[in-house]
Design a protein around this ligand. Structure first.
Ligand code: AQP
Length: 354
């Protein structure tokens, strides 16, 4: 049987990248699951606080993320849908793993560097780069983010983790940490998980198509939210950065903006075309204007998100008590699984009373 775990930060309403790269594949896994598969999807609020958050906004975002889970089709009867901070074992296992995690390995991770706008070769221990004028000081939590992520996964003996490509480096870290840990305690306590990278592994920003689409990008036109209205979708795609080459053709290197739009359209129609290149050839061509391409892409996105948008509004109209009741019930199940696994790990390490 498979144990599938993944998480998403409550740092805003999910965008097309989160939807195509994570939420939609999670729903596919849920709906195709065998009876003895176990699925856990977490709103990872402890990860969100690695960057300063406003408390009331964080509460609002957690609610919106839970509503997004329900809106995309995640079902609390089939999957465990819970907030990470409701299961204390995540933080406890993180401490245990921190005692085995290599600082050198963590310092090579690219995520904390990109959050601090530092070059990918930056070294956190070199004060001349970490004190770079406009970069906020590196916090321990942001630096050790991958250790918490490893704890999230390893806590449940997860076998499969579905994520977008940006998380592949962290997943490799989790695998190696599990192997090192097992080796040092002489037992198969942790399960090195497999990464499942979604076909839509990297949806790019509409404003800067060489960067990934991101919730925290200050430019709101860089992303399409799963809750955006038809008008907003059209407006954002109309102003998406493309190029001045005539016609429509697919080439991620030379035409990143145009290719990102084609990719987005393709991910909504994967059954009808064998590749984005084929979609571009069959539906468009050297005679098609970029304006026409954008209209078609916007229509496709709107059509596919309409149901999600409506379901999101329904879920948001649930009372707070009703929503937290569903989340707490799932958290109870997660707590039971987590504390039993954690107990075994601690016992092997000589922690806790027999
Ligand atoms: N652009 C993307 N394309 C494909 N997949 C993506 N994911 C994120 N962006 C893209 C996937 O979404 C899941 C949840 O991501 P997260 O919220 O934990 O954090 P993130 O990867 O850092 O996403 P954002 O949107 O960029 O959030 P912020 O701005 O808050 O950091 C992951 O599986 C991720 O791969």
């Amino acid at each position: 049987n498979r144990i599938i775990f993944s998480g998403i930060q409550p740092t805003g309403v999910p965008h097309l990248g989160n939807y195509l790269g994570a939420l939609r594949p999670w729903v596919k896994l849920q709906d195709g699951a065998a009876p003895d598969d176990q699925l856990l999807f977490s709103i990872v609020d402890l990860h969100a606080i690695t960057i300063k958050q406003d408390s009331s906004l964080l509460r609002q975002w957690r609610k919106e993320m839970f509503a997004s889970f329900l809106a995309v089709g995640l079902d609390p009867k089939k999957s465990i849908l819970y907030a990470q901070s409701d299961v204390p074992a995540h933080a406890e296992l993180m401490w245990i793993l921190s005692c085995s995690a290599s600082m050198g390995y963590l310092s090579r991770m690219t995520q904390w560097k990109s959050k601090m706008s530092l070059p990918s070769n930056a070294n956190p221990f070199d004060t001349s780069t970490s004190k770079k004028k406009d970069a906020p000081a590196l916090k321990l939590g942001l630096f050790s983010y991958p250790v918490l992520q490893a704890a999230d996964i390893l806590l449940y003996k997860t076998t499969h983790v579905p994520v977008g490509e940006d998380q592949a480096q962290h997943l490799e870290f989790a695998r190696e940490l599990a192997i090192t840990f097992n080796h040092s305690f002489g037992a198969e306590l942790l399960v090195p998980p497999q990464t499942i990278i979604s076909p839509a592994k990297r949806v790019m920003s509409l404003a800067e198509p060489t960067k990934k689409m991101s919730k925290s990008d200050p430019d709101v036109k860089s992303r399409i939210l799963i809750t955006d209205t038809k008008e907003k979708i059209h407006k954002k795609i109309r102003v998406a950065l493309t190029d001045s080459i005539q016609g429509v053709s697919y080439n991620r290197e030379t035409r990143p903006g145009v290719s990102n739009l084609i990719d987005i359209m393709y991910h909504f129609q994967e059954e009808q075309f064998t590749s984005p290149e084929q979609l571009a050839q069959d539906l468009f061509g050297p005679e098609t204007s970029l304006k026409a391409l954008k209209e078609k892409v916007a229509d496709t996105v709107d059509e596919h998100l309409r149901e999600v948008r409506e379901a999101f509004n329904n879920a948001m109209s649930m009372g707070d008590a009703e929503m937290s009741g569903v989340a707490r019930e799932s958290a109870n199940t997660a707590n039971q699984l987590a504390s039993s696994n954690l107990k075994t790990i601690k016992a092997q390490m000589g922690l806790g009373w027999d």
